[in-house]
Ligand binder design. Structure first.
Ligand code: TYD
Ligand code: MG
Length: 448
């Protein structure tokens, strides 16, 4: 275990060094080095005889507590794990405290109780929120305190252990052992370390709120993300004002899961029909196309919008929101080379509906269709869903779970579904594209 006597942390960005520094080499902040001693930063356990566990040995899987909020339960792979530490992050005012209060009332457990620790709101504010949300559960207890040592001591003094501890927020907590203000990296880090330690030793689940700063980073940088088991990010969905809850890290299950929530007087409410939500405003305009992409554990219809325009400045710009830049550059290069599409000197913008991040390469064909459509300034002759990965040779490749995606596309009621050549599909709505050149046919009147 790395154990220097003492070392230094940049109080601005969390950079660590064994040597003192006048200016942080990462964020360039001046005089930001703060001394940190090893026995605070590292668990100095004296247990030298570690027990070896053999891989054929049966071990108990961690116990899970399911949530009454079904969509969130599903996104978390069937519930929250006992002893797991969760971070709920988001910008101020996005709805974190509201969601945390709703979660307090959502655990399907009969033992223990839920302890809500408030370090930033008054008793009045918290009670009023629970009242507004219609939550009257006797099994929810509140503590108003920001000193971590006092919080942990109070928990120890209660005669029954809480099953779940909720903390609002980690940035307001402070530890007596650190001589800097709440919210500073040193405090956030040490408070979180003590909480994580407590959760693991007592097998208590902890969900803590963390504010993100203007740049969208979790305040107390990546440090917090590394310390917890699971990160839930609450974001604003700009076009609709809805909230997106994303699972961006999960040691107990898959990531990229998401839940779309609507704001109501009674708190956040999941939107049940995601499909109709994402497509309600789709129209067959130049530059628009549809695809079915894998987002978390489900497939969602996604609208791709492209705009190809004359450059404003000398060199052409490529801007994407939702799809990886390298995939976009590859599709542009293939269309330029194989179709002689005049895109090289143009500004190109590509978005996905709701800014959803798609890393699935099956979106290539829809991106290509959108780009061609924008260059022609004409929509395809048919509303269509395009499914396929594009190779460097311009050929369209097969993708995973094509049948399932075609099924979803058929239910959307589009006129044409473009897929890589595949013998198993027989449906008069299906059109095969073996190469990107086949997409051009969709723009010739009468052809398909
Ligand atoms: P709040 O949960 O306090 O946000 P955060 O903790 O992230 O800063 O919510 C901000 C305000 O919005 C608060 O006045 C309550 C209100 N609100 C609702 O009325 N309904 C809702 O569903 C949500 C999420 C918030
Ligand atoms: Mg809050």
């Amino acid at each position: 275990m790395r154990k220097p006597e003492k070392y230094y942390i940049c109080n601005n960005c969390g950079y660590e060094s064994d040597k003192w520094f006048a200016k942080c080499p990462v964020c360039n902040e001046l005089e930001s080095a703060v001394e940190y001693t090893a026995d605070i930063a590292f668990d100095s356990s004296n247990d030298e005889n570690k027990q070896i566990i053999y891989i054929d040995q049966s071990i108990d899987l961690p116990e899970k507590i399911s949530l009454k909020m079904k969509d969130i339960n599903e996104a978390l792979n069937g519930g929250i794990v006992k002893g797991g530490v969760y971070l709920l992050s988001g910008e101020p005012g996005i709805g974190k405290s509201t969601l945390l209060s709703q979660l307090a009332n959502s655990f399907e457990t009969s033992e223990g109780f839920v302890l809500y620790v408030s370090g930033e709101e008054s008793t009045e504010q918290v009670l009023q929120r629970f009242r507004r949300l219609g939550i009257k559960d006797k099994n929810i207890g509140l503590i108003f305190e920001s000193n971590v040592e006092k919080i942990l001591k109070s928990i120890n003094n209660i005669n029954k252990d809480p099953t779940i501890v909720l903390i609002d927020s980690i940035q307001t907590l402070k530890s007596e052992s650190i001589d800097s203000v709440p919210g500073s990296i040193m405090q956030v880090r040490e408070s979180a370390r003590m909480i994580v330690d407590f959760a693991k030793k007592k097998n208590v689940t902890v969900i803590m709120i963390s504010h993100v700063n203007k740049e969208g980073a979790i305040a107390g940088p990546k440090v917090l993300e590394h310390m917890v088991d699971c990160v839930l990010q609450l974001d604003l969905e700009k076009s609709s004002g809805l909230r997106l809850l994303k699972v961006t890290k999960n040691r107990f299950g898959p990531t990229d899961e998401l839940v779309l929530l609507e704001i109501t007087e009674k708190g956040l409410k999941p939107i049940e029909n995601l499909t109709s939500y994402f497509l309600s405003e789709y129209s067959n305009e130049p530059g628009n196309s549809l695809t079915i992409a894998k987002v978390g554990h489900r497939f969602l219809p996604i609208e791709i919008q492209a705009l190809v325009s004359n450059p404003v400045y000398g060199s052409p710009r490529r801007v994407t929101s939702g799809i990886p830049m390298d995939r976009l550059l590859m599709v542009i290069a293939v269309l330029s080379k194989k179709l002689k599409l005049p895109v090289d000197s143009k500004d190109i913008f590509v978005n996905t509906s709701g800014g959803l991040k798609i890393s699935d390469s099956s979106i290539d064909l829809a991106v290509a269709l959108s780009l061609i459509s924008s260059v022609f300034d004409e929509p395809p002759n048919f509303t269509s869903v395009a499914l396929g990965e594009i190779g460097l040779d311009g050929n369209v490749r097969g993708i995973s779970l094509l049948e399932k995606r075609v099924d979803i596309a058929l239910k959307l009621g589009v006129e044409v579904i473009i897929i890589p050549n595949n013998k198993i599909f027989k449906n008069d709505k299906i059109l095969f594209a073996e190469n990107v050149k086949d997409l051009i046919k969709l723009f010739r009147k009468g052809e398909r």
